[in-house]
Design a protein around this ligand. Structure first.
Ligand code: DC
Length: 226
């Protein structure tokens, strides 16, 4: 079985569904690698802004995606990794809603998505990979051993984002966040290329009202034993 590719567990879902936190905890429990694919799109949006690339020009943004160097510095346990973009620590900037909105806009461009495919595949290494995003189970890792699609009501997702940003000292309003989340959902779900949708073979978990540990346990319990 030496040539079998490393197993992948995909966790897709809309923004604020808890994908990132759940994926990091599950990866930590399994001792697998972790890919935050949203951070790649966010990093490209940021790098494009830094080098004054026209964000409406798909080919220019794709060229920027090709040359942008993105590294994750994994922390202890399930801590959020630091993200280094072209040598600069961009962890804080990448979490801002402006970075999310820029990422969502450039993520609708087919050449940009194509430019990031290999970078995502490169994360697949033994003993395994937990990959979170929008199209992990449908496009990037269709042969994943287990696919999860996380959902939660828009109100609850806005509440979670609100708390996350408040804890980081970012000033935001709940109503503003809810509006941004609904706009981002609509854009991510309605774009032509790799829209946000569950893979046919994905297990859906509604996380509304569930804590992190409960969701992590449910994912691990449902995952086929290997
Ligand atoms: O998961 P996130 O909020 O960090 O993602 C930011 C944006 O990037 C999201 O609105 C859509 C885009 N994205 C994508 O199109 N495909 C992915 N696999 C991950 C993110």
């Amino acid at each position: 079985m030496r040539n079998m590719p490393a197993p992948v567990l995909t966790i897709d879902g809309p923004s604020g569904s808890g994908k990132g936190t759940i994926s990091r905890h599950v990866a930590n429990r399994l001792g697998w690698h972790y890919l935050d694919s949203g951070a790649l799109y966010r990093a490209v949006g940021l790098a494009a802004a830094w080098s004054q690339v026209d964000l409406s020009d798909a080919d220019d943004v794709a060229a920027c995606a090709e040359r942008t160097e993105i590294h994750f510095e994994t922390g202890e346990g399930s801590a959020e990794p630091r993200v280094i973009v072209n040598g600069k620590d961009a962890t804080h900037q990448l979490r801002m809603e402006t970075a999310g909105a820029a990422a969502s806009a450039i993520a609708a461009m087919p050449p940009v998505r194509a430019a990031l495919v290999q970078k995502q595949h490169d994360f697949r290494r033994v003993p395994g990979l937990v990959a979170d995003g929008r199209d992990m189970g449908t496009v990037i890792f269709p042969d994943a051993v287990f696919k999860v699609f996380l959902t939660a009501s828009a109100e609850e997702r806005a509440q979670r984002r609100y708390k996350q940003l408040k804890d980081k000292g970012v000033s935001v309003t709940l109503a503003g966040l809810l509006g941004e989340i609904l706009a981002r959902d609509a854009r991510d779900a309605n774009r032509e290329v790799a829209p946000l949708r569950p893979a046919e073979d994905a297990v859906r978990i509604d996380t509304t009202g569930l804590g992190i540990d409960a969701v992590v346990e449910r994912v691990l319990a449902l995952m086929p034993s290997r």
